[in-house]
Design a protein around this ligand. Structure first.
Ligand code: SAH
Ligand code: SF4
Length: 371
């Protein structure tokens, strides 16, 4: 992926083997700014940039603080800079979005529809708890993977997000809550490993420039052949979450079209390699769909696959979307599933549903104004 912020073309971003899987091919992308935005640059890069503009090097540090701490959106507003110079460089984009719409749910979760430089709309979600502020970020406009239970997947794919467009989501939520963000999860719109390079650039900046602990950042992937192995080489301290959702190949294929080209044993083998290479655990996400993948046999089969894995399973009771008729299992059925896994010495958590009433919960993001 490109660590400089220039947008790759659609064909470069989506690997041929992905398009072969029958996922939707991308429509034409909107116009992207040809000028590299400043958000996402390191202190050294910003210092080089101000020097290239004929300014003293210390201005780089000032600019860095104005971008990452004060959240400036236009160079015109960096009032510590000489006015004449500010006006000269006013057209250089900082790389921030504008809030197009925002909803707050009774549980305090806030969903944001953000308008990007080319007019595309994405979603970010701020999830407060007593001790944390978590941001669920998008990595793409839409998603080409077409998972049957996911609103984003039903809406198709437009383009990958640039690093600044990812970092901006975190800054926007932080500013709106007036509270430091503690955790970031790549569980919004899009498949992060179809945009690995930009996601990694954003993760670097979120860690080093925005100050979020590497271990407090989670990248969630549905799994693409070879991509988890590729990611392992970066030896990230961040957490990898893999969306498994099924305990056997047939069910996985029914739910996730790309699974057809990526058999479950191969995915699990790559996950094992990841753990060996990075020394980090993987979390497996498992959406619970009533009557489909929530039986005791499913739990036993899942436990069998994960034996000896040093892992953690995050169960996600299905959040309804309008296109399909899947049902969320009863609380008792969820408890039974948990117990079956725990009896096999697998640690389990149940993802708390937040933001349901604004379609801001997992899998409900579609950048719509319907709420
Ligand atoms: N593309 C990545 C990350 C974004 S989706 C991935 O699939 O992992 C984030 C999480 O939301 C995934 O675990 C996904 O399976 C889950 N999800 C999608 N649709 C959902 C729904 N309707 N209800 C509950 N979880 C859902
Ligand atoms: Fe894409 Fe993840 Fe939704 Fe599947 S679940 S369509 S990979 S966003």
């Amino acid at each position: 992926m490109n660590s400089d912020v220039i947008e790759l073309s659609a064909s470069e971003n989506i690997p041929a083997n992905t398009l072969e899987t029958g996922m939707q091919s991308p429509p034409a992308t909107g116009e992207q700014s040809p000028v590299k935005p400043l958000l996402g640059m390191t202190l050294a890069e910003l210092t080089d940039w101000v020097k290239s503009q004929g300014q003293a090097g210390y201005r780089g540090k000032q600019l860095y603080e104005w971008i990452y701490e004060k959240g400036v959106r236009s160079l015109l507003d960096v009032t510590v800079f000489p006015k004449q110079w500010r006006e000269k460089v006013a057209q250089i984009p900082v790389g921030r979005s504008t809030i197009h719409h925002q909803y707050t749910t009774p549980d305090g979760t806030r969903k944001y529809l953000l308008s990007l430089a080319d007019g595309q709309i994405i979603e970010a979600v701020g999830i407060p708890t007593s001790s944390r502020l978590t941001v669920c970020v998008s990595s793409q406009v839409g998603c080409p993977m077409g998972c049957d239970f996911c609103a984003t997947g039903k809406g198709g794919w437009v383009r990958n997000l640039t690093p600044n467009e990812i970092i901006d989501q975190v800054l926007t939520v932080q500013e709106d809550f007036q509270q430091r963000v503690s955790n970031v999860v790549f569980m919004g719109m899009g498949e992060p490993l179809l945009n690995t390079e930009n996601v990694l650039a954003a993760v670097r900046s979120l860690n080093q420039d925005v100050g979020i602990g590497a271990r407090s950042i989670t990248i969630s992937t549905v799994g693409l052949k070879g991509r988890i192995r590729e990611l392992a080489h970066h030896r990230l301290q961040s957490t990898l979450a893999v969306s498994l959702h099924a305990s056997n190949q047939a069910m996985r294929e029914q739910l996730i079209p790309s699974a057809y080209h990526y058999p479950l044993p191969e995915l699990l083998a790559e996950c094992r390699e990841y753990v060996e290479m990075t020394g980090r655990r993987i979390t497996f996400e498992y959406i619970l769909l009533a009557g489909l993948n929530d039986s005791q046999e499913d739990a036993e089969e899942l436990a069998h696959h994960l034996r000896g894995f040093q892992t953690h399973v995050n169960l996600i009771p299905y959040n309804p979307i309008k296109e399909v008729t899947y049902k969320r299992p009863s609380p008792q059925r969820v408890r039974d599933f948990v117990e079956a896994l725990e009896s096999q010495y697998i640690t389990v958590s149940i993802r708390q549903t937040r933001g349901l009433s604004a379609d801001a919960a997992c899998g409900q993001l579609r950048a719509s104004l319907s709420n």
